[in-house]
Design a protein around this ligand. Structure first.
Ligand SMILES: Cc1cc2nc3c(=O)[nH]c(=O)nc-3n(C[C@H](O)[C@H](O)[C@H](O)COP(=O)(O)OP(=O)(O)OC[C@H]3O[C@@H](n4cnc5c(N)ncnc54)[C@H](O)[C@@H]3O)c2cc1C
Length: 462
């Protein structure tokens, strides 16, 4: 039986990054993956959705071309070609990861792995069962969509993000159950392509967990674009309507209502996936299905680490990858630990949203005094030139001006947030950001202006 220093179960952004880092550090690595390398993120998550977000953006810009003085003849899109482009983007990236893993001399075993004891992985491959011995095991098995037990959710036409990404045609009417990040990203994409989108959310607001001001500002914008948003609304069941469609039965304060749909997207969160992992035999401690870990990503069982979505918490690709780095480095003997203070979160709606650090409601609840500064994109020259003036940069700081958190809604929010991630991570003060020269005319100047406003005032705002 072959023996490796590190054995990783699952080749998503947690597992493959862990493998690459461990190999860089000179450790022998075996990586077991049941499907394609890249996991949810590359194959069914971050990357395919962002390829679709880009197609939606191109279509939006074409629709608004006249505003920029450009006249076009007949405009149209071909959804099948949009989906083919998405597949090409995914295939290119997966191919790239395969090359990287090969170059790192990482042994990849294709097949579903099983773990019953810490030092051994058994894999069901196309050519039979294979066993490998490992000194250190890393569980990186990810997550799957959580399907709520809604009656009728097994009807054809009721899909999760996994299936909707495989559709070649657009429905006329899409009901999205769940107003979280994944639901709203699909809502924005489908809305742009002319689908009648209804979002049903049980909670009082969309996008729970982020700064409350952002969903308050986003919701009317989505409604203005034609989307129907129903908050404080419970889905009771899904029925088959006459003539082949679906009816989503919902209840709010006003009573019961039936929403007709051709497709229903269940986006009610994700749950850790422990396929092939014998939790009991290993003696793994879990909480609500997630594997418990310490800051070095060690589980309750010696020589067993867990990283990424399977550990619950913030289910984000970049968190999984950093956890993978930490696990690999800890195995190699480095004194490392995972820090969660400055984790960016990007939401690819239109307008785009990104956040980091503490929210205003959390700071308020804790009773600490704080400063808040906001700068609107309508006062930023580059945003005006881009025709993207909706939204703002909001920065929260303590009394001394140290940045505690930030939210951005507007153009390129997901890229702009990085300056504020660095600020939160390094405990920078607002004036350190404000006195760093920012190129003109650029969107980051909006961050600089908001930073000016922490202890003084933005310059370009009356
Ligand atoms: C629609 C959607 C959009 C998203 N967009 C973003 C985004 O924009 N940004 C972001 O940061 N995050 C996004 N995410 C979340 C992101 O995809 C996950 O956080 C990330 O993929 C988690 O990485 P992971 O390595 O922990 O698990 P996964 O990516 O789920 O990978 C786990 C891998 O393990 C394999 N596996 C499981 N069990 C076994 C076994 N027994 N044997 C062999 N292989 C096994 C699986 O096949 C899978 O490939 C999105 C998710 C979805 C669904």
């Amino acid at each position: 039986m072959e023996r490796f220093k590190v054995g990783i179960l699952g080749g998503g952004p947690g597992g493959y990054v862990c493998a690459l880092r461990a190999a860089q550090l000179g450790l022998s690595v075996v990586l077991v993956e049941g499907e394609r390398l890249g996991g949810t993120c590359l194959n069914r998550g971050c990357i395919p959705t962002k390829a679709l977000v880009k197609s939606a953006e191109v279509w939006r810009e074409l629709k608004h071309a006249e505003e920029f003085g450009i006249s076009l003849g007949d405009k149209s899109f071909d959804f099948e070609k949009i989906m083919s482009r998405k597949d090409r983007v995914v295939n290119t990236l997966v191919g790239g990861i395969e090359q990287l893993v090969k170059a790192g001399k990482i042994q990849v075993i294709k097949g579903w792995g099983e773990v019953k004891e810490p030092g051994k992985i058994e894999v069901e491959t196309e050519s039979g069962r294979v066993s490998v011995e490992v000194d250190e095991l890393v569980l990186a098995t990810g997550s799957v969509p959580a399907r709520l037990p809604i009656p009728g959710s097994d009807y054809p036409g009721v899909v999760t993000s996994d299936e909707i990404l495989e559709m070649k045609t657009l429905p006329e009417r899409l009901v999205i159950i769940g107003g979280g990040v994944i639901g709203l990203e699909f809502a924005s994409i489908y809305q742009e392509f002319g689908v009648k989108v209804t979002v049903v959310e049980m909670l009082p607001a969309l996008l729970a967990n982020i700064d409350e001001e952002i969903p308050k500002r986003l919701t009317p914008l989505l409604k203005r674009s034609g989307m129907e948003i129903m908050t404080k609304t419970m889905v009771k069941e899904i029925k088959q309507g006459e003539g082949g469609g679906l009816l989503v039965v919902v209840e709010d304060a006003k009573g019961i209502k039936e929403i007709p749909a051709d497709q229903v997207l269940l986006s009610t969160g994700r749950k850790p996936y422990l396929r092939g992992v014998d939790v009991e035999a290993l003696g793994l401690k879990t909480e609500r299905g997630a594997v418990l870990v310490n800051p070095q990503m060690q589980t309750s069982v010696p020589k067993v680490y867990a990283i990424g979505d399977v550990t619950g918490g913030m289910m984000l690709a970049h968190v999984a990858s950093m956890q993978g780095m930490v696990a690999a480095e800890h195995i190699a003997g480095h004194p490392v630990e995972m820090r969660y203070r400055a984790i960016p979160s990007a939401i690819f709606t239109y307008p785009e949203i990104a956040t980091v650090g503490e929210t205003e409601q959390a700071i308020k609840t804790s009773g600490r005094s704080y400063k808040v500064s906001k700068f609107p994109f309508s006062a930023n020259g580059k945003a005006l030139a881009l025709g993207e003036t909706i939204g703002l940069v909001k920065i929260l700081a303590d009394e001394q001006g140290t940045v505690l958190g930030a939210s951005i809604m507007g153009p390129q929010a997901s890229s702009l947030i990085q300056e504020l991630v660095l600020a939160v991570e390094k405990g920078l003060k607002g004036d350190e950001l404000a006195r760093t020269i920012h190129a003109h005319p650029t969107l980051p100047e909006a961050v600089m202006e908001a930073a000016h406003g922490i202890l003084e005032k933005p310059l370009h705002l009356a």
